[in-house]
Design a protein. Structure first.
Lengths: 350, 447
């Protein structure tokens, strides 16, 4: 019998979950959305995603070698970043775009800060912001309809009322244009906004039968993955629910063009399922490294994201505001953590 | 089912030993009785090397009010008084007795009037018998039973939760000595003049809950509380909250601040024996278990028995031993030798194989917040650990380092395998030292 025993601090039991299992579960949870995007837009969606993943993993390995730290590409975190970068692209993007995006995400978004756990902002979102600034046309225009023929779910009769420039635009671009009185008359705006809140449009948005960046079009597939992560206790309810809840309330209140609460109560559903909100709320705002650790902090973080998203979508210059709002809130995380330190059990004033 | 906020769900591993009835192992050839088995001043030896002693004889007297006396657990000769391996992992003074194999006891006559004693006499007998909390911390029982006059106690809670995985000693005591537990509870309630008594038992011991419930049926002021299976359900503050919804204040607050005293079920049995027979606490039930123990046991063993003796009579190890844990796996101590004696607080030893004992590599914090989600004291463990790592003692103190009870739930769930409890422990030691230094300085100034 051996006479040397391991001596260590308690506890001597450990939960099975490790860093790698957490990251790989996220990759698994993103797979339904990838499959749906292949169905909707063809194999190019898969090719772009693979390019993003490979570029992310190679960059991670190279930089870890350069930094003379342990190469830990098997932990799955670079794979997730690569997937999320590619998910933000138009399926018609050139092959080098996901590569450049992933290299930027890993090198500038993550490794310069010290690698996993140290980055202040979500690397994939940072890469998206970089790509939008560098190649605005590639990133925000030229979206094609899905294989089932739909680009924004609106019927031909409704489209006929719109200026030609936006009839073939993605749902959020249409919604943006409706708030611009120089493009669309007041009556048309009211009418089309009501049509956006129509069951057919929302159903197309939910299942993903609309044009847009290929990873975020299908709310259903993303929600399936999110349910898996919630079941595995990898994401909590606080950030997604407070984020989406805030968007719901604010769009309901300010989404109409005739003052407060003039829009249909279904318009918030349009804003929730359109664009990147589901992907952002469940997979990016919940990024553990860049969100608050305190329970109340996570709720404030979600509310902040929701507020900024609605401000950008309804008032700001861009049709979509999810990525910028999460990036901006990422910056506030240290402050939010400090302001929301929980009260210890049985707190007494000293 | 009642519980507390937060907590974790480790697998309970109680199947190894829960069926094993309490057994008395063969008398050990020698015992080593540590002088510190409790919180407070160490006991002072009243015997010297070469003295003959009887089982139950006083060998060390209490070192102060917050202290307990020690008694010989076997008859024989004192062969050494000096440093010895301690179940807490350190090397501390102990009295070694080499047995004569006869097991001669001091006289322990029954007191026929034991049920009609007054509070003062009950407390006197408990103190004389050297009873301390047998759940792990070892706070002297007579001190807990003597609260200041401005802190009246209305509730006594017996802790039969046994939330540590693997351990089954309290469970077996509840099944096999339930009437003695009840007698002990009545005595404790009488000593404190408490109106209400609770016996808290976790849901994974339904037979113990049922048996204790049947027993207290005719007792209007005693209630058995079934508690949700969750760690650390048996931590004092969490148990009090689950039973009474009262919150013990932080920053060193004690249960008496909310009118409650908690005692382990094993302690209740010791109290009963101390009062009825004036029997000193020299034996207790201890679980010997783990995946590599041949026949896991619940032993009624003499205090001071070496772990090696207990393991031998549990059939020995079936494979190489990787780790020996004195106590449970969540809060127990990994010890380096089996020649360590059991104390009055030893509820079990857990023997792990090589694979189970392997160390996990520590990764950087992912800020996932799992430690925050589960902390039963509502602290931010990752933040305390980070402040300790960067030696920012003030920030660590502010983040609640001293409030932590070291239940280990945070380190259990941490996906980065950060040794949170180790960091927090370093912080506790350093902050304690700084506080003492600051107090000394103020004293100097005043003096």
């Amino acid at each position: 019998m051996r006479n040397t025993f391991a001596v260590s601090a308690s506890p001597h039991l450990h939960d099975k979950a490790g860093v790698a299992s957490v990251m790989w579960q996220v990759a698994i949870a993103l797979t339904p959305a990838l499959i749906v995007s292949v169905v909707l837009f063809g194999y190019r969606a898969l090719t772009l995603t693979m390019l993003g993943i490979v570029a992310a993993v190679i960059t991670e390995a190279l930089i870890q070698k350069l930094r003379r730290v342990e190469v830990c590409i098997t932990d799955g975190s670079a794979v997730v970043t690569g997937m999320l970068v590619a998910f933000n692209l138009n399926v018609a993007s050139p092959w080098w775009l996901p590569v450049v995006g992933s290299v930027f995400a890993i090198a500038i978004g993550k490794q310069v800060f010290g690698g996993l756990g140290h980055n202040p902002m979500n690397p994939a979102l940072l890469a998206r912001a970089f790509m939008v600034a560098s190649w605005p046309t590639l990133m925000t225009a030229g979206f094609t309809p899905t294989k089932f023929g739909s680009i924004n779910g609106l019927s031909e009769a409704v489209k006929a009322q719109l200026p030609d420039a936006i009839t073939g635009a993605t749902p959020l671009t249409v919604a943006k244009a409706l708030r611009d009185t120089t493009q669309v008359s007041h009556d048309v705006a009211v009418n089309v906004i009501n049509n956006l809140a129509d069951a057919n449009v929302i159903s197309d948005l939910f299942w993903g039968n609309v044009g847009g960046v290929f990873g975020e079009v299908s709310a259903a597939a993303l929600l399936l993955g999110a349910a898996w992560l919630a079941y595995k206790h990898i994401i909590g309810w606080r950030i997604p629910i407070s984020y989406i809840g805030t968007v719901f309330v604010l769009v309901w209140a300010f989404g109409g063009v005739d003052g407060m609460f003039s829009a249909s109560v279904f318009l918030p559903l349009f804003h929730i399922f359109a664009g990147g909100l589901i992907l952002g709320a469940f997979f990016m705002a919940t990024d553990m490294v860049t969100s608050p650790v305190t329970k109340n902090g996570r709720i404030w973080f979600g509310i902040g994201c929701g507020l900024l998203t609605v401000v950008i979508r309804l008032v700001g210059g861009y049709p979509e505001g999810v990525s910028y709002s999460i990036l901006l809130m990422n910056i506030f995380v240290p402050l939010i953590d400090r302001w929301t330190m929980p009260k210890p059990f049985g707190e007494v004033k000293a | 089912m009642k519980t507390f906020p937060g907590g974790v769900h480790p697998h309970d591993f109680k199947h190894f030993s829960k069926q094993a009835g309490i057994e008395t192992p063969p008398l050990p050839g020698k015992v080593a009785i540590p002088l510190s088995q409790h919180i407070g001043a160490p006991a002072k030896p009243v015997v010297k090397k070469g003295d003959e002693v009887l089982a139950g004889q006083l060998i060390a007297e209490a070192g102060g009010f917050v202290s307990i006396p020690m008694h010989a657990s076997i008859s024989g000769k004192v062969t050494r008084i000096g440093p010895f391996a301690h179940p807490g992992g350190a090397i501390l003074p102990a009295i070694e007795i080499t047995g004569d194999g006869e097991d001669n006891w001091v006289d322990l006559p029954e007191d026929p009037d034991w049920q009609s004693l007054d509070a003062a006499e009950i407390k006197k007998r408990i103190a004389a018998a050297g009873v301390c909390g047998m759940g792990g911390a070892g706070f002297p029982t007579h001190v807990k039973l003597s609260p200041p006059a401005d802190k009246p106690i209305d509730t006594v809670i017996l802790n039969g939760v046994e939330c540590e995985p693997y351990l089954t000693s309290d469970y077996r005591v509840m099944l096999e000595r339930s009437e003695d537990i009840l007698a002990g509870l009545r005595l404790i309630m009488k000593a404190l003049d408490a109106k209400r008594g609770y016996i808290g038992i976790e849901a994974n011991k339904p037979d113990a809950i049922k048996q204790m419930r049947t027993l207290v049926k005719s007792e209007p002021n005693i209630k058995v509380v079934g508690l949700k299976l969750k760690y650390p359900q048996g931590a004092e503050k969490q148990l009090i909250y689950a039973c009474t919804k009262r919150k013990v204040p932080n920053k060193g607050g004690l249960p008496m601040a909310v009118g409650v005293v908690v005692q382990n079920v094993g302690t209740a049995v010791a109290v009963y024996e101390a009062v009825r027979w004036r029997k000193p606490l020299v034996q207790r039930v201890i679980t010997v278990t783990g995946s590599v123990v041949k026949t896991p046991k619940n032993f009624n063993a003499r205090v001071g028995t070496l772990y090696s003796h207990l393991l031998e009579h549990a059939g020995g190890a079936t494979a190489d031993i990787g780790k020996v844990i004195s106590g449970g796996p969540m809060m127990g101590f990994a010890i380096s030798t089996l020649d360590t004696p059991m104390a009055k607080t030893s509820s079990g030893i857990v023997i792990m194989g090589i694979k189970e004992a392997q160390k996990d590599t520590e990764y950087t914090c992912l800020r996932c917040g799992r430690c925050v989600d589960i902390c039963p004291l509502n602290l931010v463990p990752s933040m305390i650990a980070r402040n300790v790592r960067y030696e920012d003692w003030d920030a660590a103190d502010k983040a609640g380092c001293m409030d932590c009870m070291k239940c280990g739930g945070c380190a259990y769930v941490c996906p980065s395998h950060i040794k949170l409890i180790q960091w927090i422990d370093i912080g506790k030691n350093k902050i304690g030292q700084l506080r003492r230094e600051a107090a000394d300085k103020t004293k100097e100034k005043q003096g």
